[in-house]
Design a protein around this ligand. Structure first.
Ligand SMILES: [Zn+2]
Ligand SMILES: [Zn+2]
Length: 277
């Protein structure tokens, strides 16, 4: 199983970090977690694409995590002969979000059906809403959701994907909470969106400081990793975006509170999900 960082950015636009999304590959199978800005460009960079996605898992409906869902739906649909349905899993509200997205796309869908004789039906996007528990399981892959705490954004969920005896947790935006600790228990890889409260609090902009109270800090993420006994902590969705050359500072802060491996990847980095030794 591999974790491919299809977007390591945050809501703040970056020239080299796409919005938050991660691709989990189990052999030839691909599961996409969140679908932020530039996701399809990064999928192309990862030699993947909309048609390869077996399931889209959304952690929450904050705009930075879903900006390119419409692009995924459209591009998969017009590239299929015909396109397979795109199963989407997410917290409560995901059904109406997808309905609204399809409504927004309505004129485009109509024009394409009118123009292409072999395109007959609109995109098929079945949605499963989850508050937690097993959301997918077959003889190769199991995906478990758990509620997280990103209030006032609610509900929100994290996902644990298990295959080959290994596991990766994609936490999304959340402060530390017991359900996240349980989901992360003994995971090989734990991906956490993080902020640096020490840097943000120096900027006298209230709207920026507001983000501190509903995200994990680097220290929070490291402490969650330690409590849960994970192998490797992956820092993602960093706010503020790390200045080139300062990645080691972020890793050093985490390492003060966590003895395992700590990574701060770039877009398209491929991280093997395996025991860290
Ligand atoms: Zn969020
Ligand atoms: Zn976010």
């Amino acid at each position: 199983m591999d974790l491919v960082m299809t977007g390591t950015g945050s809501p703040l636009p970056s020239p080299d970090r796409a919005g938050p999304s991660q691709l989990v590959q189990v052999g030839a199978r691909s599961f996409l977690v969140d679908c932020g800005r530039g996701c399809l460009m990064r999928l192309a960079g990862a030699a993947s694409g909309p048609a390869a996605i077996e399931m889209l898992l959304l952690t929450h409906l904050h705009s930075d995590h879903v900006t390119d869902v419409n692009d995924l739906i459209t591009t998969r649909w017009i590239g299929g002969f015909p396109a397979a349905p795109l199963p989407v899993v997410g917290p409560e509200g995901t059904s109406s979000f997808i309905d609204d997205t399809l409504t927004m796309l309505g004129p485009d869908i109509g024009w394409r059906i009118a123009h292409h004789d072999d395109l007959e039906a609109p995109p098929d996007v079945p949605v499963t809403e989850t508050a937690g528990g097993i959301v997918f399981e077959d003889d190769e892959v199991r995906i478990i959701a758990a509620p997280t705490d990103h209030r006032p954004v609610q509900p929100t969920v994290a996902y644990r994907i298990e295959a080959d005896g290994y596991s990766v947790v994609l936490a999304g935006d959340t402060v530390p909470c017991s359900a996240l600790d349980e989901l992360c228990a003994d995971a090989d890889v734990y991906v956490q969106t993080v902020i640096r409260d020490d840097l943000i609090s120096r900027v006298p902009i209230a709207r920026l400081n507001d983000v501190i109270d509903y995200h994990s800090t680097v220290v929070d993420a490291a402490q969650t990793a330690t409590r849960s006994g994970v192998g490797t902590l992956v820092l993602n969705h960093c706010v503020p975006a790390p200045m080139p050359g300062t990645e080691a500072d972020w890793i050093a802060i985490a390492a003060e509170h966590f003895d395992g491996g700590v990574l701060l990847p770039a877009d398209l980095d491929r991280i093997p999900v395996e025991p860290s030794g």
